[in-house]
Design a protein around this ligand. Sequence first.
Ligand SMILES: *[C@@H]1O[C@H](CO)[C@@H](O)[C@H](O)[C@H]1NC(C)=O
Ligand SMILES: *[C@@H]1O[C@H](CO)[C@@H](O)[C@H](O)[C@H]1NC(C)=O
Ligand SMILES: *[C@@H]1O[C@H](CO)[C@@H](O)[C@H](O)[C@H]1NC(C)=O
Ligand SMILES: *[C@@H]1O[C@H](CO)[C@@H](O)[C@H](O)[C@H]1NC(C)=O
Ligand SMILES: *[C@@H]1O[C@H](CO)[C@@H](O)[C@H](O)[C@H]1NC(C)=O
Length: 448
Amino acid sequence: MQNSLVKPLGSRMARGAPRPAAVLLLLAGVVAVLMLNAAESRILLTLDDFGAVGDGIANDTKAFEDVWKAACAAGDNTILNVPAGKTYQIWPVTLSGPCSSEIKLFISGNIVAPESPDDWGSSDRRQWLHFYKVQELKVTGGGIIDGRGQQWWAQSSCKGKLHNHKNKRCTPQPAPKAVHFEDCHGISVKGITLQNSQQYHLTFTRCSNVEANYLRVTSPEDSPNTNGVHLVDSYNVHVKDNLISTGDDCVSIVGNCTDVRLRAISCGPGHGISIGTLGENNSVDYVEKIKVDTLFISNAENGVRVRTTKSGGGFARKVKFESIVMRNVTNPIIIDQERSDHLEDSSEAPAAARAVQVEKINYIDIRGTSASEHAVTFSCSDAAPCRRLSLTNLNLTRVDGHKASSYCRKAFGRSIGTVIPESCLSKEDFVQQVPGRSEEDDDDDSDS
Ligand SMILES: *[C@@H]1O[C@H](CO)[C@@H](O)[C@H](O)[C@H]1NC(C)=O
Ligand SMILES: *[C@@H]1O[C@H](CO)[C@@H](O)[C@H](O)[C@H]1NC(C)=O
Ligand SMILES: *[C@@H]1O[C@H](CO)[C@@H](O)[C@H](O)[C@H]1NC(C)=O
Ligand SMILES: *[C@@H]1O[C@H](CO)[C@@H](O)[C@H](O)[C@H]1NC(C)=O
Ligand SMILES: *[C@@H]1O[C@H](CO)[C@@H](O)[C@H](O)[C@H]1NC(C)=O
């Protein structure tokens, strides 16, 4: 019998029909092994098992911390469920790793924050649900994470149009990042709703191998600093198939970020896709290999933007914006290197020694309507003019029927195909080599 188990079925058949009893026994054995496997390899935990009430009033923070600790310590394939049909009020909490195995956080119910900023007491006002040093976590389940940020927005000085005015920059009050992954690896967040965050909805800081797909991210148009997805110092990040409609950037990319892919995102209202602000506080930021395609951006302040301070260092390069439809967007295509920094404002003189180099930015197949005259704005710096910009097949018209135009300052590159409004890029030959940087790369762009 033992022998027949290891032999392929075919060899047994060849020797004649097997006895029915032996086949039954064999099948029973296989089924038993499968069932045993299934039972062994899944550990199901729910928030309610750890004493959560889920009435939206009780403090379910301890239950959440405890179930996380249990899940984190458990072996294979742990599934932590936030049950459907209930609302769990959670105070600011840090859920730390590394954990002993992969965790699936299956959020089917609602997780809500306390409504009042006072509830933060002495705890860190910069975050609410903070995942720290976690690896291999999948968040999914169709539920809702609601920051209930209304009171935070009301006390913010960055409300309304004021904070975009050049000379009146507000200093943002610290408000919590709703869901913040810090120093994480192998994170996927899929198929949930994030809404009304106190500040940024979903932030990844120093994370790698990240996916953020099939998300619905919403907050009111006038809610301050409520970026949808915010990436800081992260690499290998995919953000796809999302609806993002907030009061600030749809997706923002700052610090040292590489290999970021954004695809199939509906943005707006809000401030559109933003690379930067780079070079803030004189930082040196390296952003490269960013590919953005298949976007629908409507009623937003910007479409696709690259923004740097006047000082700072590093680069933004090898960026591709492709297949984008804009509707009623104030600045559909914009590079803005003229942003003044807090520090710089007081001592304007010695700037320009350094700058963030913006180069190899490709715009391909972008059409739709601009809410302002300048559908294309390339406002680059004296210290490091923008180089190797390229426009391929553009058709941006004004929403009010007037003619749109392009604005260029220190911007070099070329246009290919039909480009409306007409390109104002200067020819590349006039670009002077920027000292101190070697030109190592002419590889690439082939990362399609
Ligand atoms: C809610 O519970 C958490 C964790 O036990 C605690 O830190 C927090 O202070 C509690 N909040 C209130 C208002 O009791
Ligand atoms: C970005 O990378 C550069 C070079 O590796 C480094 O000097 C700088 O500190 C990094 N910035 C951050 C915020 O990690
Ligand atoms: C820049 O410095 C200010 C003041 O120290 C600080 O509040 C702010 O967070 C810094 N910004 C960045 C991007 O590091
Ligand atoms: C264009 O967008 C602005 C908000 O940015 C909105 O107030 C206005 O109604 C929109 N116009 C059209 C024609 O959709
Ligand atoms: C550009 O878009 C306008 C408005 O949608 C359209 O009427 C026009 O035919 C387009 N031009 C080209 C060259 O595609």
